[in-house]
Design a protein around this ligand. Structure first.
Ligand SMILES: *Cc1c(COP(=O)(O)O)cnc(C)c1O
Length: 376
């Protein structure tokens, strides 16, 4: 029997050809393909500006810098997220303040954010966890009048929708990831999107050392203009090799999301009569891309989460523990709120992620479902 992997990016000859062409062109660092990828990504996500970066982690860092978040500021974040969300606040010498999440979606809500606000709160980073769209509008309603910036961490969110539009379309600023674990990939890579011209311009400069003339413009001109470095910037550039791949992946996005939603639908129907397994589902306000198909193992199920993982592994099925909780990691334990984070703890301790990826076959999915039924 073959191993059923938990995930696998969908890559083909088109990506190979696109990257080969970029290499043959001689332009391998940030150049015309990055510009084209930015333009196409902005159009697809219905946002005015897209700035490609080396990762979502660096995109989050840039977002906090251009939003003016710095030392002495508090940034509300979910602990229930990949650790990069909290780390980004630390990069600007701000303090992450952990808010709890909603049991159904795994996302921050207006209420959990409100409970975490302090007089020093300058920003909130909301996450579309596992591709489930966060209910952004009520959080904006809470934060906008208080001058608190809401940054969307849509690392997992490409192809998900919120109130009929792509996630991030109505956000002030959004960070995206193209790591292979996400919905489309460039190997490593990220993007900042925003509707604000001033933030877009500054992010664009900061990602390449705050140079007044981009390296691409400098190399394209015969007599390079003199550049100036107005502030201390970073090298957070994406390469044209990555962007060449990203352009192909972006074309595949609708097909990837359709396939993932079809597979998620099969899981949901099949799991409906297995007591004690609660699968992630679309919220009322949008549609997910099922970047992670997680299931909560409830007490009615005969096995606990760890035993179920072992049971699946014995059937050569690779599942994973659910989303981590940052407040259990050494750099953040001291920031655990006094009231704890009960929903975060419940989700992180009792969820697992099932195999779901573009090329998962029907027979492999049936094997996963049969293995889940086994102990019942
Ligand atoms: C993966 C992930 C990140 C980090 O993305 P990179 O591109 O690997 O830096 C940040 N936030 C969330 C929610 C993620 O899932």
């Amino acid at each position: 029997m073959n191993r059923v992997n938990v995930m696998r990016p969908w890559l083909g000859d088109e990506e190979v050809a696109a990257v080969a062409e970029a290499i043959r062109s001689g332009w391998v660092a940030q150049g015309p393909r990055v510009a084209a990828f930015e333009a196409r990504f902005a159009a697809a996500m219905e946002v005015p500006h897209a700035i490609a970066t080396s990762s979502c982690t660096t995109a989050l860092h840039l977002a906090l810098v251009v939003a003016g978040v710095g030392p002495g500021d508090d940034v509300v974040v979910p602990s229930f997220s990949f650790i990069a969300t909290a780390n980004a606040a630390v990069y600007v010498d701000a303090r992450p303040v952990f808010a709890d999440v909603d049991l159904a979606t795994g996302n921050l809500t207006r209420d959990t954010v409100e409970a975490a606000l302090t007089p020093a709160t300058r920003a909130v980073i909301v996450v579309d966890q596992g591709g489930v769209p966060v209910d952004l509008d009520p959080i904006r309603d809470l934060c906008d009048p208080r001058g608190i910036v809401v940054i969307e961490d849509a690392a997992c969110g490409a192809g998900s929708t919120y109130r009929g539009r792509p996630v991030g379309a109505t956000a002030e600023i959004t960070a995206w990831s193209f790591h292979p674990r996400k919905i489309i990939t460039t190997g490593e890579g990220g993007m900042v999107t925003t509707g604000r011209d001033d933030w877009a311009g500054r992010a664009r400069r900061l990602r390449e050392h705050a140079m007044s003339v981009s390296a691409a413009d400098r190399h394209a001109s015969v007599l390079a203009p003199a550049e100036e470095y107005a502030e201390v910037g970073f090298n957070y550039r994406m390469t044209d090799l990555q962007a060449a791949m990203g352009l192909v992946q972006l074309d595949r996005l609708p097909e990837i999301v359709a396939r993932r939603r079809a597979l998620a639908d099969v899981y949901a129907k099949q799991l409906a009569d297995i007591p004690g397994l609660r699968p992630v589902a679309d919220p009322a306000w949008g549609t997910g891309n099922f970047q992670s198909f997680w299931v909560e193992v409830e007490p009615e199920y005969p096995l606990g989460r760890e035993s179920l993982l072992a049971h699946l592994a014995a059937a050569d099925i690779s599942a994973r523990r659910g989303i981590m909780a940052a407040h259990h990691q050494p750099p953040y334990r001291h920031l655990t709120p006094a009231a704890g984070l009960p929903v975060t703890d419940r989700l992180t301790d009792h969820t697992l992620i099932l195999p779901l990826f573009h090329e998962l076959t029907e027979s492999d999915q049936e094997r996963v479902i049969a293995a889940l039924r086994g102990p019942v």
